[in-house]
Every structure is written in structure tokens, then in C-alpha cells.
Design a protein. Structure first.
Length: 458
């Protein structure tokens, strides 16, 4: 009989040592001889963040969890990527594991693939939905149920009862609630399915510093663990404005619209993945190419360019009251008004115009209620009140008071198209009232914008 020597002998000793270490590690765990209690091994794709790993571990805390390091060493000794089909088929059997739980990143959350410890075959697979970077409540509750169902399919969980240590969440006599059961949305779509023959891309490969149990930087985690979020809106639509102000013994009026309008928005959100996030919201809306008929002192009528615009900047703390409902409270400053084009001339000239230039300005308080419908539609309602502390000299010189109040709000619907790109539709309306000086009529201002556009996110 020949004797193994050189590189070949060293290779066999390496394989044998890894297999012995893996078997000793798994068989040495307490309670592994209890056939009715399934043992579970959890293995993560490297870019799954620690936050999600902790939640999956908590969901499986009542099972006997086998350390994954022995499996990784045995797979690496055979030059197999631990998350590959070959590794599961060749290394997993005989390792004392009933069900292997594989957690991978997916297009809208995470994939959980359950594999048989007997032959490495896929038993089932699910999409675990996320809410603000955390696993949704229904997904967390469904993890132990899916593992128990797979173990039962293998015949290792037939004798489980209510006192087996798995708790009532996975007891077979308990009827699952709607929140705990898998919904249709949590099942993998055809595009999300993970076949046995799925090829591993470059993103799945291990780097020199990658490990299945190691810490992952937040920057490597796509959009789910970002601390700073950025949204940019670019849209167009229609703008309207109606103004009434004191004029002699009566009132003067200007009615503008519908006119083409430009809509620009910027939102920066600090989101530490808890129940509270803080955002800064800025928006500018302006009519483009609008005109108004102006009557000169001599009675000559001519068309004059005019712009109706508004600008606001708010700080908005937002609270997650439920997975699909968020409530925010915004506080900031806003300006709005009319400006004729003759006042934009250089050098400035004096004009005796009937139409006043003015700016209404003051602090704004707003309540923001956001309803998130699945992964596609977001509806937002935002009533607001503004205290007007400045109304402009051209209005006060004509008899308007020095301050007033504005009531209004806006509503919007955002439709998600792909990651980082959405379409939005928005409607805004606000009414301002300013008391008149002695003997003068009140001043009123109404603005309205209807806009639609694209929203990009980073």
C-alpha cells in the first residue's frame, strides 16, 4: 500500500482536520441528541448588516443554533465559497445541522433561504421585508415558523409540543395571527427567487477582510442603513394667485393663472434607523412666463410680465408610529408674493403701477401625516399655519396692516418606479388674511400650485 506524501498528503490531512473540527464543534453542542428539537445553522451574506443579524438571531433564540465557523472552515478547505450550492451539498451533510438558514440581500429587503442539513437542497425561501432598515414585525415572527415547518418536512420536528422550549410563537396548536403569518407580499416574487443553480456574482465573493460573522460598515449596506438620505424634486405644473388690496374707497384685484410653473424641492434626512428621524425640507415654486394687464395713469393698457413665487425652509422631526404610518411636525420660515418684471430691470427705475410688488413672510408650522402603502405608493397630507410678520411696503403704503395669518396645506402622492427614482404629484393651496388700517379694506392673498415631476434619491 502506498503512502500519501508531499502536497497530496498535506491536502488530505487539511481536509480531514477541517471535517473533524466541524463534526466535533457541532456534535459537542448540548442537547444535540434530542431528535425532536431541530438544530439550526445561520449563515449570512457579508453585506447583511449587524442590525439585521441580531434580529434574525433573536427570532431563532429558542432553537439550538450551531456555530457557523466549523462549516466555513470546512468549505474553505475545499476551496468552496460557503454560500455556494456546491458547499451546501458537499460540506453541510453530516455536520449535525437539521436546517441551514441563509440570509442574503434582496432588491426590496432580504432573502431567507432554508436548506436541508441532510443534502443541502433548498427547502423553502422567503423575502423578509424591511421597514426603515429593520425587519418588519411580520417577517420577524415568521422566521421561526418557517424553520419549524422545514424541520417538520424533514421529520425532525414531528414530536414538538407546547413545552418543547420553542414558545407559543411556533406552537402547532396556536392559530397564527395576520401579523405573524407570511403575507403574499412576503413571499418571493419570481424575480426574487433564488434557484439552486444561481451563479454568484462579484458582489457575493469574499474579499480579504470579509467574514461571515464580522462587522460590516454601514456604507457597504446599500440604502437600508444609510444615516443621511437625500431627495431631490424636479417638476412642473400650473400656478395661480389672487390678490385683493385697499384701493381708494374700494379694493384693487389681481388674478393670475393658470400659468406655467416650476417646482424644485430638496429634502435631507438624518435617519439613525430608530423611531425618530429629522429632516430639512426646502422648496421653491414659481410661475414662468406669466403676464398681467396693467393700466397706466394715462389710461393706456399694456401687458406686463409678472412672477408669482414662494419659498420655504423647514426643520421636520418625524416619528414612526407604525410600519406604514409616520407623523412629522415642521417648523420653519416661508415667503411668497408677486414681483413685476419692470422691477428686475438694471439700473432700477421708478414706475407708477397699479399692481403692487409685495412679499408675505413669516414663520410656518406644519403637521405632516405620511401613509406608506407597500413598497410603491406614499401619500402625504400636510396642513399648515403661517404667521405673517412682514407684508411689504407697497401693501402697507396702500392701507394694508403690518401683519396677518395664513392657513393652508398641501397633499402629495409619490409612486416608486425603481430604486432611487419616483414620480410625484402635488397640490398646494394657502389663503392669507391681512387686516386693513383705519377705514381701509382688508387684504387677502390666495396661492395655488398643482405640480408633478420626478424625485431622485441617494
Amino acid at each position: 500500500m502506498g503512502v500519501l506524501s508531499g502536497e497530496c498528503g498535506h491536502r488530505w490531512r487539511q481536509l480531514l482536520g477541517a471535517a473533524v473540527a466541524y463534526g466535533a464543534l457541532t456534535l459537542g453542542l448540548p442537547g444535540t441528541l434530542a431528535a425532536q428539537e431541530p438544530s439550526v445553522m445561520v449563515i449570512y451574506q457579508p453585506n447583511v448588516p449587524d442590525r439585521v443579524r441580531v434580529q434574525v438571531g433573536e427570532a431563532l433564540s429558542d432553537f439550538r443554533v450551531v456555530d457557523v465557523e466549523g462549516y466555513v472552515e470546512a468549505a474553505s478547505a475545499q476551496n468552496l465559497y460557503p454560500l455556494s450550492d456546491d458547499a451546501f451539498a458537499r460540506v453541510l451533510p453530516g455536520g449535525g445541522v437539521d436546517v441551514a438558514v441563509v440570509v442574503r440581500r434582496g432588491p426590496r429587503g432580504y432573502r431567507m433561504v432554508l436548506r436541508s442539513g441532510r443534502d443541502g437542497d433548498v427547502l423553502s425561501q422567503r423575502r423578509l421585508r424591511v421597514a426603515r432598515g429593520r425587519l418588519a414585525r411580520g417577517a420577524r415572527a415568521a422566521i421561526p415558523r418557517a424553520v419549524l415547518a422545514s424541520a417538520d418536512e424533514l421529520g425532525v420536528a414531528d414530536d414538538l409540543d407546547e413545552d418543547d422550549g420553542l414558545g407559543s410563537d411556533v406552537g402547532q396548536d396556536e392559530e397564527p395571527s395576520e401579523d405573524d403569518a407570511f403575507s403574499d407580499d412576503e413571499a418571493l416574487d419570481e424575480d426574487d427567487s433564488l434557484s439552486d443553480d444561481e451563479a454568484l456574482g462579484e458582489d457575493d465573493s469574499f474579499g480579504e477582510d470579509d467574514s461571515l460573522g464580522g462587522d460590516q460598515d454601514d456604507d457597504d449596506d446599500g440604502g437600508f442603513e444609510r444615516t443621511i438620505l437625500l431627495h431631490v424634486d424636479l417638476g412642473a405644473g400650473l400656478g395661480f394667485r389672487e390678490l385683493e388690496w385697499p384701493l381708494g374707497a374700494g379694493v384693487g384685484t389681481v388674478s393670475l393663472g393658470p400659468s406655467a410653473a416650476l417646482d424644485l424641492g430638496l429634502e435631507m434626512i438624518y435617519d439613525p434607523q430608530g423611531s425618530l428621524s429629522v429632516g430639512i425640507e426646502m422648496r421653491y415654486q414659481s410661475t414662468v412666463g406669466a403676464t398681467v394687464d396693467e393700466y397706466q395713469i394715462a389710461g393706456v393698457e399694456r401687458s406686463m410680465g409678472i412672477r408669482s413665487a414662494r419659498y420655504e425652509a423647514l426643520l421636520v422631526p418625524r416619528f414612526d408610529l407604525a410600519e406604514a404610518f409616520k407623523l412629522g411636525f415642521g417648523l420653519g420660515y416661508g415667503l411668497r408674493g408677486l414681483r413685476t418684471h419692470v422691477h428686475d430691470q438694471e439700473p432700477p427705475t421708478e414706475h407708477n403701477l397699479q399692481t403692487p410688488d409685495y412679499t408675505l413672510a413669516g414663520p410656518v408650522a406644519r403637521v405632516s401625516a405620511m401613509l406608506v402603502l407597500g413598497d410603491v405608493v406614499t401619500v402625504k397630507l400636510e396642513p399648515e399655519v403661517q404667521l405673517l410678520v412682514s407684508v411689504g411696503s407697497e401693501l402697507t403704503n396702500r392701507g394694508a396692516g403690518g401683519g396677518g395669518v395664513s392657513l393652508g396645506g398641501q397633499a402629495s402622492v409619490v409612486f416608486r418606479i425603481i430604486d432611487h427614482l419616483s414620480l410625484y404629484l402635488s397640490y398646494r393651496e394657502a389663503h392669507a388674511a391681512i387686516g386693513g388700517k383705519e377705514g381701509k379694506a382688508d387684504t387677502s392673498d390666495m396661492e395655488r400650485f398643482v405640480t408633478a415631476g420626478v424625485r431622485g434619491g441617494l
